[in-house]
Write a protein that binds this ligand. Structure first.
Ligand code: SF4
Ligand code: SF4
Length: 365
């Protein structure tokens, strides 16, 4: 599977150089049966109405044909909670028939008998489940739904029995951060890869009034703790040594910043539940939003590439001596500052704390 991921990365990179949209994300709905405190996308139906409408199954399948013809190989179906759609099976099966490699982002609480029957017959390439804790109380405190925990465990057991590849994600915020090691242990016992998210985007796409996230210092400490737990002391020492390596000199016009470095807008696109297409979920600037349902995918993709090309990121980042260890990207910059060339102070603080915590731990080992 590691090999598959490598091939996929290489293909997406090659496609970025050629401007081929190999990697697509279909955000089928913003609805969700959980109410996580750090969510940046969830909307209730009454909040959706003034923004737009969910696209129908037929519209997604027609979009599937268009993106396949344009070169898309990998599709991620996400939400909200995509399985809440009554026509989720119809969409999934139709897209499978079009030949995509499909991964699903889900909270794992709604694997209905219909979905299980379908996936038994047509398994997805990968199911990404986000785990928010290890008991009913954790799910009650963070997601407002205690019973969800039992449903997730049941889903994980079933997926394992079916031999479907599962990746576990976890997002840590003040409410559940004390359970981090329990979540790590939960994943280890089930032999599942766990990916930690300790940085949460500000909720620019929704307003649910109870948003929380870790301080930059807490987020940094957790990243180091995660590395130590999963990779051990040698990884801490190696990463600490890496901090001393000088950043690669940049050849761009330093006064104007550098272009986006990731695949977004070069081989990757994100289509929202109501039909806007942008380079990624958190880049919601109207200057880089295009309309594939209205204008056709091919036209919209050309417009998107064109819109992304002039973007220049923060000049301070280009010259930053600590850039090598920083997790900043165009989406973070935009979400934190509302502009592409802003300096995201949260990320600067996170990076600085990360370096300090890592070095201190390495010295003590
Ligand atoms: S499960 Fe995901 S989409 Fe649903 S509320 Fe939580 S973070 Fe948002
Ligand atoms: S976000 Fe801050 S720490 Fe990161 S590269 Fe930019 S200036 Fe440096």
């Amino acid at each position: 599977m590691e090999r598959c991921a490598d091939i996929r990365r290489a293909l997406n990179k090659k496609c970025a150089a050629l401007g081929i949209p190999s990697n697509g994300i279909f955000e089928l709905t913003p609805r969700c049966n959980l109410r996580c405190k750090m969510c940046y996308v969830r909307l209730d139906p009454d909040q959706m109405a003034p923004i737009g409408r969910e696209r129908t199954a037929q519209e997604w399948l027609d979009m599937g044909r268009q993106v396949r013809d344009a070169g898309t190989v990998f599709l991620l179906l996400t939400g909200g909670e995509p399985t809440l759609r009554a026509d989720f099976c119809e969409i999934f099966e139709g897209l499978e028939e079009l030949g995509f490699s499909i991964a699903i982002n889900t909270n794992g609480t709604n694997l209905t008998p219909q979905i299980r029957q379908l996936w038994h017959r047509l398994p997805p390439l990968q199911v990404n489940i986000t785990l928010y804790g290890t008991c009913r109380e954790d799910y009650d405190a963070l997601c407002g739904n205690p019973g969800a925990f039992d449903a997730v465990v049941d889903a994980l057991d079933w997926l394992k029995q079916e031999g479907i590849l599962v990746h576990l994600n976890t997002t840590m915020v003040p409410t559940n951060v004390h359970k981090f090691l329990d979540v790590e242990q939960f994943a280890k016992e089930r032999d599942l890869e766990l990916r930690l998210t300790s940085y949460c985007f500000p909720p620019n796409r929704c307003d649910h009034g109870c948003f929380e996230r870790l301080s930059p210092e807490q987020a940094a400490e957790l990243i180091v703790q995660d590395t130590y737990y999963r990779e051990g002391p040698e990884a801490i020492k190696a990463k600490s040594r890496d901090l001393d390596i000088a950043p690669t000199p940049r050849t761009c016009d330093l006064d104007n910043g550098e272009p986006m470095q990731c695949l977004a807008g070069r081989s990757q696109y994100w289509i929202t539940w109501h039909g806007n297409m942008s380079p990624c979920a958190m880049i919601i600037d109207p200057s880089v939003q295009v309309h594939p349902f209205q204008d056709g995918f091919e036209t919209a993709w050309e417009q998107l590439k064109e819109a992304c090309r002039p973007i220049r990121l923060c000049p301070d980042c280009v010259n930053c001596p600590e850039q090598r260890s920083c997790m900043n990207c165009a989406a973070v910059t935009f979400a934190e500052t509302g502009r592409f060339d802003g300096k995201p102070e949260y990320m600067c603080q996170l990076n600085s704390s990360y370096r300090k915590t890592l070095q201190e731990l390495a010295k003590s080992l």
